[in-house]
Design a protein. Structure first.
Lengths: 253, 234
């Protein structure tokens, strides 16, 4: 590329930033952009400048657009990071976590289902995970760890029918504990079910609250990435998704 | 340890019409969003992202890239008027503008993993996607022979929205309008036709009776002056 061509392509930086180039020019310029750091910085600053013009044109879209957009995204997952980015930021949490949390979410459903089964059997024969400790013993130990963790966060809510529900979450332990105080018995044929709001926003079962007014129970599922927790009254045995309005809802911070 | 205030808001139980699990899950999620917003408004001290709007957008975008639809809903609420307004200005037809904005948001969600905060602002990144899509739309419409408006129409301002941000927005708008006045009329015309009209610099040159190759220089010079006046770096 001679000097003239170079000056020519540099002159295109403004038009490129304003999207005022045709497809051929765009492709040419982007090839140049990939190797010219000066142009890159220039284009970024031009772009930021041009975009300032959009404060002149703000307009509130109709509400249906929001609904459509949110419906759209629930059917598509974000693409993986580009190969160059993965190579450049191998240690960065972004790319890894997204994959890990997806795997975790899949696992959660199973864990949650398993928890429901285990807790259902509470008082009877519990499945023994470790030969030297019963499941309930393991749960109690972890529940203690959560409550004593230096980073434990406590969320409390009073219920309209009396009693309180407290959720304690420790990111470092990665689990949450639910503590009931004077909780009224659920209507017959029904049970209190716990939910964790997964990173994706969905509430996933975190197990059932054992009968009794004062209980301390470990929520099944990854509480480190959860955005919140909730409790609802569900048919005995629990539901795969909440079917009732929450009696308590906690947003993790 | 923090103790969150009891929320009487959610004390009722078993009310409302029956809903299936998926629908109910949606309702729970929107309640959580309301709670998140209530929490974000009064305190504002939870994270540095709460104070810097750009950092907040970058953080919401990042959470979205992990599949967090709730974060994306907040992101939508924060930027939709900017994106939709710009698209509407370029595309003009409200129904098509909605379509284009919808496509832009889906693209933002899909490629949120590829946003790199050290290479530009989150808002800029999202606006670029929306602007590019708007320009593509008017150009393909032009190619299909459906584009019939001229330069004069392109000079109308879209009405401002009347939301709570309108006052702040109008301050910002005033600043940008003043900055635009520091451009020569030739620079301003070229820049507006390019950015709001979606015309290529070659088309702009033809529309303004300029020698070929002059319009791109005017666009660039206009941006340089605007950048300086708005204090956006050298």
């Amino acid at each position: 590329m001679n000097g003239n061509d170079m000056a020519e392509i540099h002159a295109l930086s403004g038009a490129y930033a304003a999207d005022a180039v045709d497809d051929v020019e765009r492709a040419d310029f982007e090839r140049h952009l990939a190797k010219c750091a000066d142009c890159h910085a220039l284009v970024e600053s031009f772009r930021a400048t041009a975009l300032e013009l959009s404060v002149l044109t703000q307009a509130t879209p109709p509400e249906r657009l929001r609904e459509q957009v949110l419906r759209d995204i629930s059917t598509v997952r974000p693409v993986p990071p580009s190969a160059s980015r993965q190579a450049g930021h191998a240690a960065e949490p972004g790319s890894r976590t997204s994959r890990r949390s997806r795997a975790r979410r899949r696992r959660n459903r199973w864990l949650a289902a398993a928890a429901a089964v285990v807790v259902l059997g509470a008082g009877g024969a519990l499945a023994v995970i470790q030969p030297w400790k019963s499941t309930s013993q393991v749960q109690t130990d972890v529940a203690g760890q959560v409550q004593q963790a230096p980073d434990a966060q406590r969320y409390q809510q009073a219920l309209s029918g009396g009693g309180t529900i407290t959720v304690v979450r420790s990111k470092s332990v990665g689990r949450a504990v639910l503590v009931t105080n004077n909780l009224g018995a659920p209507p017959s044929g029904q049970t209190y079910q716990m939910w964790l709001q997964a990173a994706g926003g969905n509430f996933v079962s975190a197990g059932l609250v054992p009968p009794g007014p004062n209980q301390t129970v470990l929520l099944e599922g990854d509480a480190a990435t959860a955005q919140g927790a909730g409790v609802s009254v569900e048919p005995s045995g629990g539901s795969p998704q909440p079917t009732a309005t929450p009696i308590a809802l906690f947003a993790f911070t | 340890m923090t103790v969150a205030p009891a929320a009487a808001l959610f004390a009722s139980s078993q009310t409302g019409p029956p809903a299936d699990g998926v629908e109910r899950n949606r309702q729970w999620r929107s309640r959580m969003l309301v709670m998140a917003e209530l929490r974000a408004v009064p305190s504002g001290d939870e994270s540095p992202a709460g104070t810097d709007p750009n950092a907040r957008l970058a953080s919401l975008l990042r959470q979205s890239s992990w599949g967090d639809e709730g974060a994306f809903a907040l992101l939508y609420d924060a930027v939709a008027p900017r994106l939709f307004g710009l698209v509407l200005r370029v595309v003009r037809d409200p129904a098509q503008s909605e379509e284009v904005t919808q496509e832009a948001f889906l693209e933002i969600w899909r490629t949120s993993t590829r946003f790199e905060p050290d290479r530009g602002s989150a808002l800029g990144w999202m606006m670029t996607i929306a602007h590019r899509k708007a320009v593509d739309r008017v150009r393909s419409a032009a190619a299909a022979g459906r584009r019939d408006h001229g330069y004069h129409e392109a000079n109308h301002d879209v009405d401002y929205d009347s939301t709570a941000e309108a006052a702040q927005a109008s301050l910002e708008a005033e600043r940008v309008r003043k900055a635009l006045q520091t451009l020569t009329p030739a620079q301003r015309n070229a820049l507006e036709l390019a950015f709001f009209g979606g015309y290529t610099h070659t088309e702009v040159a033809a529309m303004l009776d300029l020698p070929l190759g002059t319009a791109k220089t005017r666009i660039r010079d206009g941006l340089i002056r605007l950048r300086h006046t708005l204090g956006l770096g050298s």
